[in-house]
Design a protein around this ligand. Structure first.
Ligand SMILES: NC(=O)c1ccc[n+]([C@@H]2O[C@H](COP(=O)([O-])OP(=O)(O)OC[C@H]3O[C@@H](n4cnc5c(N)ncnc54)[C@H](O)[C@@H]3O)[C@@H](O)[C@H]2O)c1
Length: 310
């Protein structure tokens, strides 16, 4: 199978590439423009069935030559501008990712791709109106550009199915963490501060809750969906389902690292810091067939490999 992974120099997509490369019959092409990705995250040295091409997905000429050269069977479109701070400070650049989604879908339809997998986000729910957040009953309240792009992306996938019969699966990722995550995200940011005994900063009082999903559970669920042909033309939440206030996350990380860091409270963010998030993981559980990795255990695994965090 010829598989394209966009954004494969990044955190989640590089782990996905590594997992898919375990099967020698899979030939994987990774594209990335290194916006937030790093060459060292690409698992090419471990597997000879992964090829890396530096390429900007949002640039049609650049990405189209890759599609025409390979005739992919499956595409995982995971490239995106990410990070709360970066996406809020660059609202116009974030919207450019709509072109990338359109490029990927157009080229997939024209070159015989069998299915496109898309990394959407819990952000599409915006400030949620019900818990747990369900893929089909919870209304999408997206307001910020990053969330709107994901929402538009989902709509593009559904429209390409309707008009061109291009199959898709949408994964709505909730906070995912693991060793190769960049410091744009809360777990890596807190661990980095804790290991360096620097202040851990929290927006507001820290009572806002999140759930956390260890990278292995994300990869197991998504690759099982792929290999077992499950949730075709459907949406699946991928995340943890145990809520923890951000203040408690900071305290837990301080305890696990035996750190001298102090917790400092900054003014609450005006926009985008949802009070709660909790996915309905009924569908994800059908993909995992095992218990999810508890937060404390996952954090300990991150602490065993901090080369990308420090
Ligand atoms: N990590 C999470 O908790 C989380 C939560 C929700 C959604 N997601 C989604 O999962 C996907 C992967 O995110 P991640 O956390 O691994 O972040 P990441 O920054 O590590 O990975 C994203 C990769 O995309 C690349 N990229 C960005 N724009 C590109 C472009 N135009 N052309 C080519 N490459 C480009 C970046 O360089 C980076 O390597 C993203 O689509 C993100 O929106 C992640």
């Amino acid at each position: 199978m010829k598989i394209l992974i966009t954004g494969g120099a990044g955190f989640i997509p590089s782990y996905l590439a590594e997992k898919l490369a375990e099967k020698p019959e899979n030939n994987i092409v990774i594209v990335d423009n290194f916006l937030t990705g790093r060459k060292e995250k690409i698992p090419t040295s471990k597997h000879n069935n992964i090829k890396f091409i530096k390429c900007d997905v949002n640039d049609f000429k650049d990405i189209s030559s890759v599609f025409y050269a390979y005739s992919f069977d499956f595409v995982f479109h995971y490239a995106a501008m990410v990070g709360v701070k970066r996406t809020q400070e660059n609202p116009v650049s974030v919207l450019e990712d709509i072109y990338g989604i359109k490029n990927v879908l157009n080229l997939s339809k024209n070159t015989g791709v069998k299915r496109v997998y898309f990394s959407s986000s819990s952000e599409v729910y915006g400030e949620p109106v019900e818990f747990p957040q369900n893929e089909h009953t919870t209304p999408l309240n997206s307001r910020l550009p990053y969330a709107i792009v994901k929402n538009v992306g989902e709509s593009y996938l559904k429209s390409y199915k309707q008009e061109f019969d291009l199959d898709y699966t949408i994964f709505r990722f909730f906070n995912t963490y693991g060793p190769k995550q960049s410091k744009d995200f809360v777990v890596s940011k807190f661990i980095s501060s804790a290991l360096n005994n620097k202040d851990i900063t929290i927006y507001g009082d820290g009572s806002q809750t999140r759930t956390f999903c260890f990278i292995d559970d994300n990869i197991t669920a998504t690759t099982n969906a792929f290999y077992e042909n499950k949730f075709i033309n459907d949406v699946v939440n991928i995340g943890g389902d145990i809520e923890i206030p951000i203040l408690d996350l900071a305290k837990l990380i301080i305890r696990l690292t035996d750190s001298k860091s102090k917790i400092i409270h900054l003014p609450a963010l005006k926009d985008g810091d949802m009070t709660r998030r909790k996915p309905d993981v009924t569908k994800m559980k059908q993909l995992l067939n095992k218990e999810t990795i508890p937060l404390e255990e996952g954090l300990k695994r991150v602490l065993q490999n901090t080369s990308f965090i420090i």
